[in-house]
Write a protein that binds this ligand. Sequence first.
Ligand code: UGA
Length: 431
Amino acid sequence: MKIAIIGTGYVGLPSGVGFAELGNEVVCIDKMESKIEALNKGVITLYEEGLEELFHKNVKAMRLKFSTKMSDIEGAKIVILAVGTPPHPQTKEADMRYIFAAAEELAEYLQDYVVVANKSTVPVGIGKEVKQIIAKANPKADFDVVSLPEFLREGFAVYDFFNPDRIIVGCDSPRAKEVISELYAPFKDKSTLLFTSLASSETIKYASNAFLSIKIHYINEIANFCEKVGADVQEVAKGMGLDKRIGNRFLNAGAGYGGSCFPKDTLALSLMAEKQGVSLELVKTAIKGNDERKKQMAQRITQAVKGIEKPTIAALGLAFKDGTDDCRESPAITIIQELLKENFTIKAYDPKAMNVAKEILGRSIEYANSAQEAIQQADVIAILTEWQEFASLNLEELGKTMKHKIIVDCRNLIDKDLATKLGFVYVGVGR
Ligand code: UGA
């Protein structure tokens, strides 16, 4: 079937490529001409493991097209909205202007029956508003609006697209249900397709992200406790995770959660609830605790270099997590900004996020071409992002190139026993 996707960001582009790979005819539409120009030239505009290969394959097969023109939605059975909903600069609530503008603009081109599926994360009730906007802009349009929340993780978007735990659809129309069932027919045997009301579906998205944020905040608090009582949070998490009710994922203690989703969605959910007279105390605690977490990590590094004159810090990792070049709300960036207040020299390296980070940090820090280069002549190695390649650094050799042998491992990546054996002062998280 023909599918149009509005927005070619971290949600829109992998989804477009994924649906094309499933055999659909996909057109991805974006207002940013430079992006569409690049995509049409065969240049992929964001990094996702495995995406580029599928992108080229489907462009070649003529199943995947890119356009700046909204009129290209014509003939689509489904129009997927995947535009940004960043926090509003003043109110911090999810900003709906791009969704509303897209809804109004697409209305004009609706001819035969179309399902408008909203994949952007939107406050509960927005689905209904989108429906009203389209109906007002084009009273003759034959359409339904459904909520199709996205659960892809950045860095694993391709894997997650083809292996979803669940597909949630907020839908109150049997006709739309049929179209969505056809779209997800290839997943029939490996995933649950759950139909709910629009409001429930919109809530599931926020409630899931907030739950995972709370889970991370919880394990970070337990890590603090472990440090005091001589327990090891990794052992504790492993033991907890064996209970299927708890599950072993999202129990990695570290520098706090970041990215374009958890910080934004926890805040939006908390504000939405406040408006309804409901106080989500756990969510609020996670938000506050996570902000503090990043500062605590910076303090840990400051403490580790106490007494060293003009210390140099090898900051390993800039992205908000591994597998991506995204630095939005990255704990690594916040930690570096905190350290800059101390006038430390910072030499940073990230396998993918150097260019993106340079746009944020500019000339305030130095950039290395490799982890090894960042570490040379440094006083401390600070592991800030969970890139697996940092787990296999040759510490014995690298230690010889350092001024002081200190590691502050904010992601528990390094083998503590080995580091200690090699003469490093090792500071981890919760162990
Ligand atoms: C998150 C959700 O996992 C996706 O399901 C959802 O679709 C997405 O938000 C979204 O709303 O669009 P993402 O932001 O890509 O995905 O990243 P995660 O892999 O969830 O990681 C978020 C943050 O939590 C990262 O900073 C990561 O380092 C941190 N984290 C994660 C931990 O500190 N500990 C963990 O055990 C797991």
